[in-house]
Design a protein around this ligand. Structure first.
Ligand code: NDP
Ligand code: HEM
Length: 499
């Protein structure tokens, strides 16, 4: 009998049947000795891992990045070394707040993560579909996220908490404007842009540093749902993004994005009215035009979703020579946070899982052992398990080292001095919108803010007033016109203190 197609235990021994458990007698109870029954039940109990604390619901694909324009004057990163060069990429798009079973078509910011498997290790671009963020200091991230998640008593999402937090942080109005605009609800990941959002740096072979922003513009065009369209859709399917993406790729309609960078010479930082390292600010295109770099095409559905997408571990700390960080405070917090999250969610050796293991570079490190050490890193010589050692001449160092970054100033906790700066760019965005776009945004606000208390509503109207009087007026009118018989109750048990 051929043994190649037999069901086996995890130890590889043949299983006599997968139909019936072993019992004491025809109608008797099951026997403890039915090891395979126990193994099946025990494995099932361990099939789930902790979901991501944010961005839990996601969709992903594999594909290729191709360089179309030369940017070697800005970076020595090997993936950009010549026009025509191709690099394998793993993408994952996500909503931020919803749990892993959340409906896809919900109004939320979308994550936009790309892992480039370069010859010099993995570069992770862990961005969003927005060029900015709600807050500018990582110190506030856990509090912010708490307002996006469930209330401890009701176990419901709380608009009261969201707008309470935003009203205390006027820098959030830029991102909230995008969230409430058409772009807050794309029809699927293929119809939205991606942004690195933070300022990063690049350095070239001459050791010159540049500040950069990353942009991935959809070639499919922007498409969005209204709230009403999304509600109808969610009634039919909660998995619309997964369906659209999987089917598009399966049918050979590969989605594409054009990659651009904005470049600021190192010495120009500080010459702007805004802080170029503040994540709540963009760099206006007129000042820093988009420079075309290449094309991203996602063309393969992973064979196993869990293995490639759920196990994917993206981190802004994964940079490659030629791409570096910046003084952005949020970025600094993220550089710590992600690898820590991965060790908790996936285990000590998460980097060696198929989704995360470098594909185009040789991994050679001296981390040893620990839970689930399922790979070898003896590198052909079992004696070379510490470094330096007498057996091998592996070396460290970069061919083109990162130039030093000048830093000065007193260690302290700083807030921004010019608060009015937070309203300038949201105003520019509001002024870009035509009246129909504005009306849709006002109505989206009404749906989102309807359940909030008057005190929270009024505090948010004051923020909007500083952006543009028409903005505040439009939102207020839409909220007041709303049918107030909403079935979600704001948490106003305690009288809010004066803020
Ligand atoms: P531009 O007119 O050169 O650029 C405006 C940008 O806004 C375009 O990239 C456009 O994207 C994008 N956009 C249009 N509608 C929306 C929306 N509802 N939500 C988010 N983005 C939208 O002007 P500036 O560069 O001077 O920027 C003006 C304002 O535009 C900024 O204050 C910022 O709010 C917003 N913005 C700026 C970006 C930047 O990097 N400079 C990037 C994205 C937004 P597209 O080209 O895809 O249509
Ligand atoms: C996921 C932390 C800000 C984009 C995550 C995860 C953590 C985290 C812990 C889960 C990681 C995992 O389990 O795999 C933080 C902290 C932030 C911050 C501490 C601020 C200090 C941001 C910003 C962006 C962003 C500003 C975008 C510009 C993402 C994306 C994911 C993610 C896209 C999902 C990655 C994936 O697809 O697996 N974040 N985050 N985050 N974050 Fe952040």
């Amino acid at each position: 009998m051929s043994t190649s197609n037999r069901i086996t235990t995890t130890a590889g021994t043949p299983v006599p049947t997968n139909e019936t458990a072993k019992t004491a007698g025809k109608r008797g109870p099951t026997l403890l000795e039915d090891y395979q029954l126990i193994e099946k039940l025990a494995h099932q109990n361990r099939e789930r891992i902790p979901e991501r604390v944010v961005h839990a619901k996601g969709w992903g694909a594999q594909g290729t990045f191709t360089v179309t324009h030369d940017i070697t004057q800005y970076t020595c990163a090997s993936l950009f070394s010549e026009v025509g060069k191709k690099t394998d990429v793993l993408s994952r798009w996500s909503t931020v707040a919803g749990e892993s079973g959340a409906a896809d078509a919900e109004r939320d910011v979308r994550g936009f993560s790309l892992k480039f498997y370069t010859e010099e290790g993995n570069w992770d671009m862990v961005g969003n579909n927005t060029p900015i963020f709600f807050i500018r200091d990582g110190y506030k991230f856990p509090d912010f996220i708490r307002t996006q998640k469930r209330h401890p008593k009701t176990n419901l999402r709380s608009p009261e908490a969201m707008f309470d937090f935003w009203a205390s942080h006027p820098e959030s109005v830029h991102q909230v404007t995008i969230l409430m605009s058409d772009r807050g609800l794309p029809i699927n990941p293929m119809h939205m842009n991606g942004y690195g959002s933070h300022t990063f740096s690049m350095w070239n072979k001459k050791g010159e540093r540049f500040w950069v922003k990353f942009h991935f513009k959809t070639q499919q065009g922007h498409k969005h749902y209204t709230n009403a369209e999304a509600e109808t859709l969610i009634g039919k399917t909660r998995e619309s993004y997964q369906e659209d993406l999987f089917n598009a790729i399966d049918n050979g309609h590969f989605p594409k994005w054009t990659m651009y960078i904005q470049v600021m010479p190192e010495e120009e930082a500080g010459q702007q009215s805004y802080n170029p390292f503040d994540l709540t600010k963009v760099w206006p295109h007129d000042d820093y035009p988009l420079i075309e770099v290449g094309e991203l095409e996602m063309n393969k559905n992973p064979d196993n979703y869990f293995q490639m997408i759920e196990n994917a571990a993206y981190s802004p700390s994964n940079v490659v020579p030629g791409i570096g960080f910046s003084p952005d405070k949020m970025l600094q917090a993220r550089i710590f946070s992600y690898a820590d999250a991965h060790r908790y969610r996936l285990g000590t050796h998460y980097e060696a899982l198929p989704a995360n293991a470098p594909k185009a570079s040789v991994v050679k490190h001296y981390h040893k052992d620990g839970a689930m050490r399922f790979f070898t890193n003896d590198f052909d010589n079992a004696n070379a398990y510490y470094e330096p050692n007498q057996y091998e001449a592996a070396h460290t160092g970069l061919e083109y080292p990162e130039p030093p970054l000048k830093i000065d100033g007193d260690a302290n906790r700083y807030d921004v001095e010019d608060k009015d700066i937070d309203y300038v760019q949201p105003r520019a965005l509001f002024e870009l919108m035509d009246q129909a776009q504005r009306e849709r945004m006002f109505n989206n606000y009404a749906a989102a803010m309807g359940p909030c208390s008057d005190s929270v509503k009024n505090r948010w109207y004051s923020v909007l007033e500083k952006v543009h009087p028409d903005y505040a007026q439009g939102v207020k009118a839409a909220v007041e016109a709303l049918d107030t018989d909403v079935n979600t109750v704001p948490i106003t048990d305690d009288t809010p203190k004066e803020v």
